[in-house]
Write a protein that binds this ligand. Sequence first.
Ligand code: SAH
Ligand code: SF4
Length: 430
Amino acid sequence: MTAVKPAAKGSCDNASPMPTVVPTIIQPSLAAILSLPPGISGETPASLAAWIGEHGEPSFRVRQVLDAAWRTGAASAAEITTLPAPLREALATAFRWDTVADSELRLSDGGGTEKALHRLGDGIVVESVLMHFPASAGHRERNTLCISSQAGCAVGCPFCATGELGFGRDLLTAEILDQVRHAARRVAARGRRLTNIVFMGMGEPLLNLDRVLEAVEALNDPKRFGLGARHITVSTSGVVPGIRRLTALGPQFTLAVSLHAARDPLRDVLVPLNRRWPVADVVAAAREHAAATGRRITYEVTMIDGVNDTDLDAVAMATLLRGDLAHVNLIPMNPVAHTPWTASPMPVIDRFAARLRGAGIETTIRHNRGQEIGAACGQLAADHAGAPTPAVVAHRRERLVAQSAAALRGERSREPVPAGVGPGARGGNE
Ligand code: SAH
Ligand code: SF4
């Protein structure tokens, strides 16, 4: 296992004399993790049936194994006492029963938010966040789990702790699903169940789309997790070919698009893959998705003081989304280290919301959960990875201030497209 420079921090700093923000993430190859036995939760009923058949066992064993993995909360194959001992042993050798292990749990919001730092088989760490929302007028209790699809992220949004880490690797299907099995066991111990799953943890799901789709299929499957498609949300920073692929597949889940800005000069800075897929193309693809699936698009806007909360930006967003089948969530920026930015004040967010509503756009102001445990995406993993030097941080801050000031003047970024999302990048091909 070697510590290497993150693949995609070039989005920040190619032409700079300063080093890019620290090589904070251990980047093992996917090959190392693929050499381990596969995780049981990545197996489909068909692949498990084939394996059971090869071992000369009757087909009803498939159901027993799936129930043990997904329903009873068995912690190992050895616990499935309904199976003959030789089959239990063969299962334990052929599959990893759990590909994530909670190395650290942190509680906040009076226990209503629980952040888990999961250490994977190769030592890399990812996060999931479990949020409990008590029943309120007209709403049932919700237990929402936010999961990661990649370790780190190539997109490099400068207000996001995961973006600062750079790209580590794609998660395997079982690693995505085992975050869910872990949380499901924790909530079951409290007599509750998971009601919603959102792909809003670390990583860009549409750049690991094959595995994310396999994971969604398992979450939907009544023989496995059995959660309705309406209770699953996948959030993307705007990978246009991925959105088009989802449109061709039909409704699978709610699609959320991290918009953050409706003007290209500013979105180039806030979401660097905008330099590859400009905001008009992203919204056009999302619009086609809504038209084809009949499902409303959710747009996420992280509100940053004096950066994307101006009247100019509210008008641009209202103009862009007017008449769309869309819902906008305005979310005050969670504090993250190493940015010059803070959350917009509430009166400013209220004014922004009023502008959007005035254009007939459904808008909700959301409050971030778990700030004191670093519930911003990737924050806890970033803390574990260690801090960059003060000089690097100061340089990063100066650059972001200069870039957002240029964006306010309407100047497009001259920074390159981040390495992991440029032409030829996996998942990024048209
Ligand atoms: N990569 C995907 C999904 C993971 S990020 C995406 O960007 O959509 C999930 C959400 O968390 C995104 O909307 C992202 O903009 C938001 N986010 C990241 N850092 C944040 C912060 N510091 N404060 C508030 N929201 C943040
Ligand atoms: Fe990646 Fe999403 Fe964070 Fe941007 S906000 S760096 S796309 S995880």
